[in-house]
Design a protein around this ligand. Structure first.
Ligand SMILES: NC(=O)c1ccc[n+]([C@@H]2O[C@H](COP(=O)([O-])OP(=O)(O)OC[C@H]3O[C@@H](n4cnc5c(N)ncnc54)[C@H](OP(=O)(O)O)[C@@H]3O)[C@@H](O)[C@H]2O)c1
Length: 376
């Protein structure tokens, strides 16, 4: 394989250098709320965390399980999911933690997951949309992958066998089903990578949330939490990115925009859910030492690892998500964006503009064929 061009390496390196400067300059470790000091008990409640097998999602799931919630881990990889399930049950001392397979990049998988969830679970009190990727190559080779075709209706008909495969895989927990890892993620993303990124970070969570809205409303007061990022300020709500009509400049722009869309979608939904007892907020976890950069080139990962001594641990990075998911302080608060120190801050102006959020909502609704595909 030929080495990546210098320019492709320099763009992410410059981004990381900037990140390092910000880390050194900012009082980012300031924290006002401590999960361990919060006595909220979730006995009798059900929580669902996507991407719960690693990083922030795993720490969030451990905390929710410690609070005695029935905790459902929505993971795409059976082996990694099973390992996390064992670890979380052990760490939390709560056997009421369960693994369900979900590949957010496949709308068929999201529908299967929601169908099964609604059949099995009588309630849902907390939905944490945490799973996310920074680049798409990671999933090439994933058995459940069904990359949507933006512009042609993302979900399409349910893939025969996809759900069966998922459910069977859960039972069998095949050890070799890890996605093939990619070597290097150049600054310029391929169309496939971009489609995968938006499907995983935006379309999948949008569809999942909508399919579970009925049970969330019936369980109210309930909370929806979208894990976004401080980089959302640099994103654009461009629906043409979603349809593939216009490519983002590079992977960074795609990721930033997907994180902005997480906030915009949360704000739009918050307005729609006024009076239902279901709240929706989004947050920035901070700069957190997790596996999020694992698909970048070795050079970027090396720099990331050097910088990681200044970053938050995954447990620290889970704090603002938990603040939104369980704290008494956030009770009844909706349509807001919280910073990594749990302070309430204004998100990007785009995410607050009802014209923009509505337009995004309409595009997403059309792309996932929501009106024809709900399971409720
Ligand atoms: N780390 C940071 O500094 C940082 C900063 C701002 C925001 N965030 C956000 O925080 C969230 C969690 O990231 P993290 O830092 O904890 O990274 P991470 O350790 O890589 O966790 C990401 C999780 O998402 C899962 N996932 C990826 N694609 C999926 C798919 N198609 N279907 C279902 N699950 C999928 C991953 O599963 P696999 O293990 O199978 O890949 C993993 O469990 C993300 O939304 C990210 O954008 C992170």
């Amino acid at each position: 394989m030929s080495p990546p061009p210098l320019a492709a390496l320099l763009a992410p390196l410059a981004g990381l250098a900037l990140l390092l400067l910000l880390l050194l300059a900012g009082p980012w470790r300031r924290r006002t709320w401590r999960p361990r000091a919060c006595s909220v008990d979730l006995r009798g409640k059900t929580a669902l965390v996507t991407g719960a097998n690693s990083g922030i999602g795993k720490c969030v799931a451990v905390d929710l399980a410690r609070r005695n919630a029935r905790t459902v881990l929505a993971c795409r990889d059976p082996a990694k999911g099973q390992a996390a399930l064992d670890e979380i049950r052990r760490a939390a001392g709560n056997p009421n933690v369960h693994l369900r397979l979900l590949d957010l990049s496949s709308m068929a998988s999201v529908r299967d997951f929601a169908r099964r969830f609604l059949a099995e679970e009588p309630r849902l009190d907390i939905l944490v949309n945490n799973a996310g990727i920074t680049g798409g190559k990671a999933q090439v080779g994933t058995p459940h992958r069904s990359s949507p075709s933006p512009g042609q209706g993302v979900p399409g008909p349910a893939e025969p066998g996809a759900s069966q495969e998922l459910l069977q895989a859960e039972e069998e927990s095949t050890p070799n089903s890890s996605p093939t890892s990619a070597e290097g993620l150049p600054g310029a993303a391929s169309v496939e990578e971009v489609k995968l990124l938006f499907a995983t970070n935006v379309l999948g969570p949008f569809l999942l949330t909508n399919l579970l809205l009925g049970t969330l409303k019936a369980s109210a007061p309930a909370r929806i939490v979208n894990v976004s990022s401080f980089v959302h300020y640099k994103g654009t709500v461009n629906v043409k990115f979603l349809t593939g009509e216009e490519p983002p400049k590079n992977c960074s722009q795609a990721y930033y925009s997907s994180k902005l869309m997480n906030v915009a979608f949360a704000n739009e939904l918050a307005g729609q859910l006024q009076g239902t007892g279901v709240t929706v907020n989004s947050l920035n976890p901070g700069v957190v030492r997790t596996g999020i950069m694992r698909h970048f080139s070795w050079a970027v990962r090396l720099l990331y690892n050097v910088c990681s001594i200044f970053m938050k641990s995954a447990e620290e990075g889970a704090v603002s998500t938990l603040y939104c998911a369980v704290s008494r302080e956030v009770e009844g608060i909706t349509g807001k964006y919280f910073d990594s120190d749990c302070s309430l801050v204004l998100p990007s102006a785009c995410a607050q503009d009802p014209g923009v959020t509505r337009k995004l909502w309409d595009a997403l609704e059309q792309l996932v064929d929501l009106r024809n595909g709900g399971t409720e």
